[in-house]
Design a protein around this ligand. Structure first.
Ligand SMILES: [Zn+2]
Length: 208
């Protein structure tokens, strides 16, 4: 399994929203949001993204890659489902709407599963939270994302979740800018495109 962490871009300022940004062009189907653009095509992508996002370290990534060489489809499906739920909840916050009950329920379910897999222990002279043995190794990634999403959505930072203003972008981020005026996922991409478009419009006006 070849890991390609360099293909992912982290711009959200939050782990769970960075996962959301592995998909794009979200559309609402009758029950849930589904993306048309997908950059987590297989389990190698999920592990690569988790490595890039520091959800796991390099050693853990290598172990996971070796252990899940022929599997992980279940975890991939769960990661995508969790991603869609987080997207639904985050855009509800942005749009000032009541989030869908299914999205709330799904994140809560994953949150509880994550907590169940944690064990409070005392080792090496200190208290710690460890993972219970026997859990599917890929669950570590999903657990970390679920807990990060709950932490973000229940915090004050949730009020600063924004959607990139770029046409057909739709990436989400937390606006931690000093003036609270961040509009773009990345100034060099969507921000730059918008600048070029504004410039062209102006030039067209001057020419006419
Ligand atoms: Zn953008």
């Amino acid at each position: 399994m070849e890991l390609r962490p360099e293909k992912f871009k982290l711009i959200a300022g939050d782990l769970s929203l960075d996962l959301v940004n592995t998909a794009s062009q979200w559309q609402r189907t009758d029950k849930a949001y589904a993306p048309a653009g997908e950059s987590i095509g297989d389990i190698a992508d999920l592990i690569s993204w988790a490595l890039k996002a520091n959800a796991i370290d390099e050693k853990a990534a290598r172990v996971l890659a070796a252990k899940t060489a022929n599997g992980g489809t279940q975890s991939l499906r769960r990661a995508r489902k969790l991603r869609a739920a987080i997207y639904g909840l985050a855009v509800a916050v942005i749009d000032g709407k009541h989030p869908a009950a299914d999205d709330l329920r799904y994140l809560d379910k994953e949150r509880l599963r994550a907590l169940e897999r944690q064990a409070f222990a005392f080792a090496g002279g200190k208290f710690e939270l460890k993972r219970r043995p026997g859990a599917e190794p890929l669950d570590a990634i999903i657990d970390t994302i679920a807990l990060a999403a709950v932490e973000l959505l229940t915090s004050d930072r949730s009020k600063r979740i924004r959607r990139c203003g770029g046409e057909s972008c739709g990436w989400l981020f937390v606006d931690d800018s000093r003036g609270r005026n961040r509009h773009w996922c990345d100034m060099r991409d969507c921000g730059n495109l918008a600048k070029v478009r504004r410039f062209r419009k102006k030039a067209a006006k001057v020419a006419s």
